[in-house]
Write a protein that binds this ligand. Structure first.
Ligand code: PLP
Length: 376
């Protein structure tokens, strides 16, 4: 008898599903802990913007209606904020939805998708799901100024006449590494214009480096460019799922053809409009992140642990190389201390754990927990 597994398309048969951060409830249930902290999913530690919460409460009075399938209000707000036409914006159920729409729109079985080693886990998933072939470029070496970051020359070298899409994460998750303006611009210029270049800017709002580019500025020049952003990170509403793509209108038109008619729910649309206007919340989030990043880096230096310099709201810390302790044991030990972080062995970074920057108190819980676990 045929196994069900064998009936799946070959890409799906080989696919490893996305492993999310462990939910707080699950840890508390399994370990009998009541005051656990989660620093595992790059969530905003401040809780949601009060404006977004109020907007959702209002949206709930219309639960019996389908959402606006064209997401008019949030498109209008984004278009004003970004200086783009509404027909350049594609809304998604999280920006992961946009990444998937791109693969479904442009990649046929056997065609190739290029991305870097240590790049965001959703790129292999959306590629394999459409039977695309993954071409993984080697990343920068450990000793590089941007260790484990994208090597754009190596990515260009992966291009063949079968390449359809290239995913660039700027900054990348889980490494937190980033690409400066000149390098990224000349990379895109060097990519043949029949290949779609996706610049994933999920952490755009966190980055303060002067040379960090806003790739959406180049949309007028490159018809093959899609820039994605999300409301899940600094805007603090990952629970409702909303993100967006920015592109030439013709490319947006293609994505719109394969998009589910109501892929962005009403609560998400309302919350996003409110979150987008909450400058105070965004500024406070940025400040909290800056202080928390300094706190965690200080702890790494005090404990003589390596880390990957990051411009996101997370940092990968090498808990194993200088301590001789097994990374998995440190992760488990932290769980027992009520601290959830993210193992990144699946990203070929086996000695690291990725820590999301939390509040001052949450970061301290992590630091104290780590000291305790490493002292055992
Ligand atoms: C978090 C993240 C996303 C976005 O996730 P959504 O919640 O689906 O918007 C996209 N890319 C990277 C690199 C991320 O880390």
């Amino acid at each position: 008898m045929t196994s069900i597994h064998d009936l799946a398309n070959p890409g799906v048969q080989k696919l490893t599903p996305y492993a999310p951060g462990k939910p707080l409830d699950e840890l508390e249930r399994e370990y009998g802990i009541t005051d656990a902290v989660k620093l595992a999913s790059n969530e905003n530690p401040l809780g949601p913007s009060p404006r977004a919460q109020a907007a959702i409460a209002q949206a709930m009075t219309e639960l019996h209606r389908y959402p606006d399938g064209n997401s008019f209000e949030i498109k209008q707000a984004l278009s004003a904020k970004l200086g783009l036409e509404q027909n350049q914006i594609t809304l998604g159920n999280g920006s992961n939805d946009i990444l998937e729409l791109i693969a479904r729109t442009f990649v046929m079985p056997g065609e190739e998708v290029v991305f870097s080693a240590h790049a965001f886990a959703v790129y292999p998933i959306v590629t394999q799901a459409v039977n695309g072939v993954m071409k993984i470029a080697p990343a920068n070496p450990a000793g590089h100024a941007m260790p484990y970051g994208h090597d754009l020359a190596a990515m260009l070298a992966q291009i063949t006449d079968k390449t359809r899409v290239i995913f660039v994460a700027n900054p990348n998750n889980p490494t937190g590494t980033w690409l400066p303006k000149d390098e990224l611009y000349s990379f895109i210029k060097n990519v043949p214009e029949n290949i779609i270049v996706v610049v994933d800017e999920a952490y755009f709002e966190y980055v303060e480096e002067g040379e960090y580019p806003d790739a959406s500025q180049w949309l007028g020049e490159f018809k093959n460019l899609v820039v994605t952003r999300t409301f899940s990170k600094i805007y603090g509403i990952p629970a409702v799922r909303i993100g967006y793509g920015m592109s030439h209108p013709d490319l947006a038109d293609l994505l719109n053809r394969v998009r589910q008619p109501f892929n962005v729910n009403a609560a998400a649309q309302a919350a996003a409009v409110a979150a987008l206007s909450d400058d105070e919340y965004v500024a406070k989030s940025l400040e909290t992140n800056k202080q928390g990043m300094a706190q965690l880096i200080g702890a790494c230096e005090e404990m003589d642990l390596g880390y990957i310099p990051s411009v996101g709201n997370f940092i990968c810390i090498d808990v194993a190389s200088n301590t001789g302790v097994d990374t998995g044991a440190v992760y488990e030990g932290l769980l027992h201390e009520g601290v959830i972080v993210r193992p990144v062995a699946n990203y070929q970074l086996p000695s690291y754990l990725r820590i999301t920057i939390g509040t001052q108190q949450e970061n301290q819980r992590f630091i104290d927990g780590l000291k305790k676990v490493l002292a055992k």
